[in-house]
Design a protein around this ligand. Structure first.
Ligand code: FES
Length: 204
């Protein structure tokens, strides 16, 4: 099973499908894409598979590959009769769980930023927008406890792509290129003053 690991890996679904056909593998997604790893493991087990080897593909995304083993172990704990292998090592079910005391509470962030990674925004540069926001937050010492950033699917005002939203201020920005993204961090998130020029009107 080829497992795409990154949050926007579903964008590579067609290429992954071609590789899967050429190699006889199946495809699953650690996050956002369909099928999920557990759904694909369920399907293979129902089809009679006795051994499944998972191969994680980063596709350029900086993601900890240990998550693939944790997810496989989560599935393995509820199943028997199928050998699951990740990175050449069998998954036993004794690996770290999906839960942790550190992940219990809703974070105490002051702002929640939504970065649209839908098809129109992605085609018009939201990957660079997202990277610029991350870099600027780091440069200003703003962590998850200050600003929680989430990448999303389409947020609807696609004509203004790339779109970024800042909550709880209910401030919608359009045409957010990397330079604008840096200004949002410096002036709005760090400085407390929303930008004027690229704000989108809000109905209701
Ligand atoms: S794709 Fe971003 S708003 Fe629709």
């Amino acid at each position: 099973m080829l497992v795409a690991l990154g949050v926007d890996a579903h964008r590579h679904a067609d290429e992954l499908g071609e590789v899967a056909v050429a190699t006889g593998a199946s495809v699953a997604f650690l996050q956002t894409g369909t099928p999920s790893v557990v759904d694909e493991l369920d399907r293979l087990a129902a089809a009679g598979a006795t051994r499944v080897e998972l191969v994680g593909l980063g596709l350029g995304a900086p993601i900890a590959r240990s998550w693939l083993r944790r997810v496989a172990a989560h599935w393995r704990r509820t199943r028997s009769g199928v050998e699951v292998v990740v990175a050449g090592r069998e998954v036993t079910g004794d690996e770290a769980p999906l839960t942790s005391p550190a992940w219990e509470d809703v974070p105490g962030h002051g702002h929640h930023v939504l970065v649209c990674r839908g098809p129109r925004c992605s085609a018009r540069g939201s990957a660079a927008t997202s990277a610029a926001i991350d870099d600027a937050l780091r440069a200003h010492g703003l962590g998850d406890d200050d600003v929680l950033v989430a990448q999303t699917g389409c947020l609807y005002p696609c004509n203004h792509a790339p779109v970024v939203v800042v909550h709880p201020d209910d401030t919608w920005y359009g045409g957010v290129d990397a330079a604008c993204a840096r200004r949002i961090v410096v002036e709005h998130l760090a400085g407390g003053v929303p930008l004027v020029g690229q704000r989108l009107p809000r109905d209701g």
